[in-house]
Design a binder for this molecule. Structure first.
Ligand SMILES: NC(=O)C1=CN([C@@H]2O[C@H](COP(=O)(O)OP(=O)(O)OC[C@H]3O[C@@H](n4cnc5c(N)ncnc54)[C@H](OP(=O)(O)O)[C@@H]3O)[C@@H](O)[C@H]2O)C=CC1
Ligand SMILES: O=C1O[C@H](COP(=O)(O)O)[C@@H](O)[C@H](O)[C@H]1O
Length: 515
């Protein structure tokens, strides 16, 4: 890498035991014509390049079925780079970036096409200084071709001249426990666990990465982190748009597979795991697996399913032409998980996610228990909110004495809003952080095979019930596009002890005269 950063408050064991891909490296993006590549992979590669984090003489090769010339390829791969016109530096870096990237068109099934890709890579590598050339394959592809592509890459494109080969794959990793196991074992026939980097992009988000430091570098937080202090936890994902244009894909998966079983469960595992022995990838992932194994499969009675309907001039889920007319696919789900271990016994963890809701928000809301009755009546509960996006923040809602000649409490907060506290920090996109980790060989923020196994064990029974494998499919309740979700949601969270605090909390400024 061209640039190294020093850290204060260093976390010594965070460095990886794997080799970092420095020089003589090609990054190959398979599915280069697709949405993920265009919107996430290439912009992330560009930002890494711009900041000097890519290997010095890196080249990027796109591969997909679509036939396109270089101009079209470059247009697509740079279309989502932010602020190209406002910033001369960005514009000139885009031109440099284009020079690094080339494209090969080819099928995913056809060995001969992969040989063509290899010839292209060998031509690039012939200009490298060393014989040992590294290849990082990024599969921005639908799961239907994962296995074939992994096989073809191993058989036709694997660098066998002493360089390092790695493959990055994207969710979905199967549709249930059985299909996940099949997928993992077929990929394993060709790629070792060490070579495989399974992305859950939530693990690359700044606030998710911060959870380890926030929890384990603060004695004050650590001592509150259990069933003695915490009443309930909600992990919430809200998107203000529907499946627009993705209905066909979404209907096969539903919101639980799309968000809860991977992204929100990853957040839950880091939030609840015990302190790892070190920050090494295996120590962290061992602790995540351990806590997930203490969670039994979700009960039907701990589930609320919803589907959005047309409202406010916006179409309903079933109005999408790619969605079957009578689909019962949930676009909203709230599920409550229980962790049977001494730290968490009895604390409900509510994972909730929905499309076409009233706002964009991903947050963890930890609600603490009531203070002992006696001197206070109807006092707000403390809440610790970790907002993953938008506008990263951690705030702790506390009671304070109302300033002045009163002795009464007022709800207020201690507020760590990132953009106010770290005014010059650029928060990296999740994909930037993860691609860099894969180049470094650091598996900490990638999903290990046994994490997937336990994750699917928790969700598979409820998914099979939703899909009618044991009887009639449950019908999700309707909610209007642009609202907070099903009207049953408030009663659902209250059932698990969540108490909405009285409405006298005012943010960001409280006028005492109004109290
Ligand atoms: N650093 C910062 O940026 C800070 C910002 N704030 C802001 O202060 C405001 C209040 O904060 P906070 O209490 O955390 O957040 P909210 O008031 O938005 O939400 C609190 C809880 O109540 C639920 N809720 C929201 N609206 C309703 C409703 N109409 N009926 C029933 N339940 C509801 C929410 O659920 P659900 O999400 O599912 O709708 C959530 O669980 C927010 O706008 C917040 O962004 C506060 C402190 C710091
Ligand atoms: O994996 C997915 O995540 C996105 C949301 O990602 P975010 O980083 O914007 O929060 C979601 O829209 C998509 O449906 C899902 O497949």
């Amino acid at each position: 890498m061209a640039r190294q950063r020093s850290m204060s408050g260093t976390i010594p064991s965070m460095e990886t035991t794997h080799e970092e891909l420095k020089d003589n490296t090609i990054i190959i993006v398979l599915g280069a014509s697709g949405d993920l590549a265009k919107k996430k992979t290439y912009p992330a590669l560009f930002n890494l390049f711009r900041q000097g984090f890519l290997p010095r003489d890196v080249k990027i090769v796109g591969y997909a079925r679509t036939k396109m010339d270089e101009a079209e390829y470059h247009k697509r791969t740079t279309a989502y780079i932010k602020n190209p016109d406002e910033d001369a530096d960005v514009a000139s870096k885009i031109e440099e970036f284009k020079k690094l990237t080339t494209y090969v068109a080819g099928d995913y099934e056809d060995g001969a096409a992969f040989n063509k890709l290899t010839e292209h890579m060998e031509e690039i590598e012939s200009h490298y200084q060393h014989k040992e050339c590294n290849r990082l394959f990024y599969l921005a592809l639908p799961p239907s071709v994962f296995t074939t592509v992994c096989k073809n890459l191993k058989e036709h494109c694997y660098s066998s001249k002493g360089g390092i080969n790695r493959v990055i794959i994207e969710k979905p990793f199967g549709k249930d426990l059985e299909s996940c196991r099949e997928l993992l074992s077929s990929v394993k026939e060709y790629w070792t666990e060490d070579e495989t980097f399974r992305i859950d992009h939530y693990l690359g988000k700044e606030m998710v990465k911060n959870l380890l430091v926030f929890r384990f570098a603060n004695v004050s937080i650590g001592s509150l982190w259990d069933k003695n202090s915490i009443s309930n936890v909600q992990i919430t994902f809200k998107e203000p748009f529907g499946t627009e244009g993705r209905g066909g894909y979404f209907d096969e998966f539903g919101i639980i597979r799309d968000i809860l079983q991977n992204h929100l469960l990853q957040v839950l595992s880091i939030l609840t795991m015990e302190r790892p022995v070190s920050f090494s990838a295996e120590d962290i992932r061992d602790e995540k697996v351990k806590v997930l194994r203490a969670i039994p499969p979700i009960e039907q009675s701990d589930t609320l399913l919803g589907q959005y309907v047309a409202a406010n001039g916006k179409p309903g889920y079933l109005d999408d032409e790619s969605v079957p007319r009578n689909s019962t696919c949930p676009t909203f789900a709230a599920t409550t998980l229980w962790i049977h271990n001494p730290r968490w016994e009895g604390v409900p963890f509510i994972l909730k996610a929905g499309k076409a809701l009233n706002e964009a928000k991903v947050e963890v809301r930890i609600q603490f228990k009531d203070v002992t009755q006696g001197i206070f009546k109807d006092i707000s509960r403390n809440e610790l909110v970790i907002r993953l996006q938008p506008s990263e923040a951690i705030y702790l809602k506390l009671n304070a004495k109302t300033p002045g000649l009163y002795t009464r409490a007022v709800p207020t907060e201690m507020d760590l809003t990132y953009k106010r506290r770290f005014t010059d920090a650029k928060i990296p996109e999740a994909y930037e952080a993860l691609i860099l980790d894969a180049l470094k060989g650091d598996h900490s923020n990638f999903v290990r095979h046994d994490e997937l196994d336990v994750a699917w064990k928790i969700f598979t029974p409820i998914l099979h019930w939703i899909e009618g494998q044991n009887g009639a499919r449950p019908r999700p309740v309707n909610y209007p596009y642009g609202t907070r979700g099903p009207k049953e949601l408030d009663a659902f969270v209250e059932k698990y002890g969540f108490r909405r605090n009285p409405g006298d909390y005012v943010w960001p400024i409280t006028n005492v005269s109004n109290l």
